[in-house]
Design a protein around this ligand. Sequence first.
Ligand SMILES: NC(=O)c1ccc[n+]([C@@H]2O[C@H](COP(=O)([O-])OP(=O)(O)OC[C@H]3O[C@@H](n4cnc5c(N)ncnc54)[C@H](OP(=O)(O)O)[C@@H]3O)[C@@H](O)[C@H]2O)c1
Length: 368
Amino acid sequence: MIASPDSAHLRTALALGRQALGTTWPNPTVGCVIVAADGRVVGRGVTGIGGRPHAEMQALAEAGERAAGGTAYVTLEPCAHDGATPSCALLLAEAALARVVIGTHDPDPRTNGSGAALLTAAGVTVTSGLHEDEAKRLHAGHLRRVESGRPHVTLKLAASLDGRIATSTGASQWLTGQVARRHGHLLRARHDAILVGAGTAVRDDPELTCRLPGLGDRSPVRIVMIGAETALPVGRLLSTLGRSPVWLLATPERRLDTADLQATGMEVIDVAADSSGRPSLEQALGTLGARGVTSVLVEGGQTVATALLRDRLVDTLVWYSTDAIVGSDGLAAVGGLARTALSETRDFRTFRARRLGPDHVRFLERAA
Ligand SMILES: NC(=O)c1ccc[n+]([C@@H]2O[C@H](COP(=O)([O-])OP(=O)(O)OC[C@H]3O[C@@H](n4cnc5c(N)ncnc54)[C@H](OP(=O)(O)O)[C@@H]3O)[C@@H](O)[C@H]2O)c1
């Protein structure tokens, strides 16, 4: 089946946005394509690093006068608030576009329908709803942060056929093959931050950087949840500080030698304790949201994954499965959740799945 021009151009805008995910926080990662009245693509834009310039502004700059009478395809409702520069909705209206096709509505109170309203009032035809599910996935971090004050949380785990993420000695590197691991590195590049529990940081001594050729500069902020007792991570996180920041989230009660740690270049961030005396995950995520982080990739381990699932703080699950059997003395992917009825167990549904060499990956989102 041949895609309609609207569908094809909006998909291009979505693909542009996806390429820049992880680089634009605290702003959303917007893609924009401008098509002239004669059907030719005359402008493309994506949000710049750190959130500026906006995608529409870049696409309009490339299109110039050829935008007049044409159509703009934007993955997110154009902003309506003037700041250092005029709002994108105003710029699109001033460029005399005939139509604007929007992927999804922006609930940011500074826009929240007023971008579309400004365009309509200026005589521009506004269409929305096309590929809205994909647009919502692209903007999941921004939408979650605006609506809940916290980042979108993606939990990534690699498990054996019998659902184990490590052997009885804690060995987990590497359960999956090289293709799946590269895929995991791409996920890192597309998130604002990576988070692990202190158990994983100490046991595995991971770098948590993106090591794909050409994407070496796309390592997100690395975050460790420091508990009540576990040793502090040093090793590779410390030796790779030049690649991207490391934030240690800990309760003030843990009495970390903050000045000494900050002197190493790692940042210690206070988070209030939960009922078990560990930093509260909800508070931790709120703190990250307040710092502008829109998406977090949680890479385990079992204790942190279980706590996030128990508190229903996981928005997307990325589940790698590999053809290995570890045995029940290995570490289960998820610990006890005290669920008794099967009706309590259907938290997620698969929306994408693919093979990665000898392994498989499934993307699941929270069931409504
Ligand atoms: N295959 C995979 O996908 C994968 C991925 C990652 C890790 N792993 C494996 O998993 C194992 C590590 O898992 P793990 O369960 O031992 O450790 P973990 O989940 O990485 O870390 C747990 C520790 O984090 C601290 N923590 C701080 N705040 C917390 C909070 N709010 N909730 C829960 N914990 C909090 C606690 O330290 P305190 O106890 O000091 O309070 C807790 O013991 C390793 O063997 C690793 O190789 C496998």
